[in-house]
Design a protein around this ligand. Sequence first.
Ligand SMILES: Cc1ncc(COP(=O)(O)O)c(C=O)c1O
Length: 378
Amino acid sequence: MFRHSVRTIATTARRAAAVAPAAAKPPSPHTIAVSKAQGIAKGLTGAIGNTPLIRMNKLSEQTGCEVLGKAEFMNPGGSVKDRAALYVVLDAEERGLLKPGGTVVEGTAGNTGIGLAHVCRSRGYKLVIYMPNTQSQGKIDLLRLLGAEVYPVPAVAFDNPQNYNHQARRHAESLDNAVWTNQFDNTANRRAHIETTGPEIWTQTEGKVDAFTCATGTAGTLAGVTRYLKDVSNGRVKSYLADPPGSVLHSYIQSGGKLVERTGSSITEGIGQGRITDNLAPDVALLDGSVHIADEKSIEMVYRALDEEGLYLGASSALNVVAAKEVAELMGPGHTVVTMLCDGAYRYADRLFSRKWLESKNLLTAIPKHLEKYIVLP
Ligand SMILES: Cc1ncc(COP(=O)(O)O)c(C=O)c1O
């Protein structure tokens, strides 16, 4: 052990000597600075979070504000949900609900499942996923190839006992050493953002952030970041919920707390909600307002972000960017507005860049003429 360590140190020293002369050269204008986040991560889970905060240059010029997007698509599983996945698993471990070799069960159709699959593989747990059978074969295949056992079940309402979430809970209850991670109402999800995303945004903006906005699925992100930024700034930082069609939260906030029946739908995935989840409940009163973003604006921003910023964003991220632009306009020039770039367009490209699909959603005319060149799929 000791001899091995000495040899390792000697080898490292020789390698360091070999690279020293190059490192001593003055940096070129293109040198990429090495930040703390680029040190060695302890396994996959150590690589979750610490994502860059990207200035959206065109939108910032247009609004006179600093419009910044947190590049969550750079997490190992490709989305913001890696943070929640890590925290719900760590929380189950800490509470003694999950022991080595145990099983994690979740009801999810998307990114949380992918995040959980990575986290479970890296920590040696089995993963069982229940999802509505309306989801694409691509999603099912991806989860299976990441090692998950997947059960597509009939898509029925939450109050039906056969709803995929209830089936996930019952599956976990039927096994020893198993946990239903329950992302919607498990507040370890919100805690991930109080302890990581919020502090990252505060540090990256050197405390200059004036407003935060994002859409909600579980609301872990919005609630956790809002809570942290309100606390650290003594309430100075404003926070706005962004809502797609088919979600009830915008009307809930605008009406001062009336929940209406869910109607309509959206092209965005992973966001939109029909109730106040346990993750949102403690912080909903902290919100300063909400913005409703139509699908026409979200899809236009998918194309604009690609053309103007070189960012390949999924529709929920594009919605968030539209919301950040609207919040910037509301606050006026000179402010710093932060939002979340939840995931990339990779998982949705066959729809977002397909002419037929855009036509089927009546969204073809939402794409400005000069951006039609990006509609590359039939
Ligand atoms: C693409 C995407 N955007 C946004 C969200 C919403 O994040 P949260 O669940 O923290 O509200 C999700 C959640 O699954 C998602 O998959």
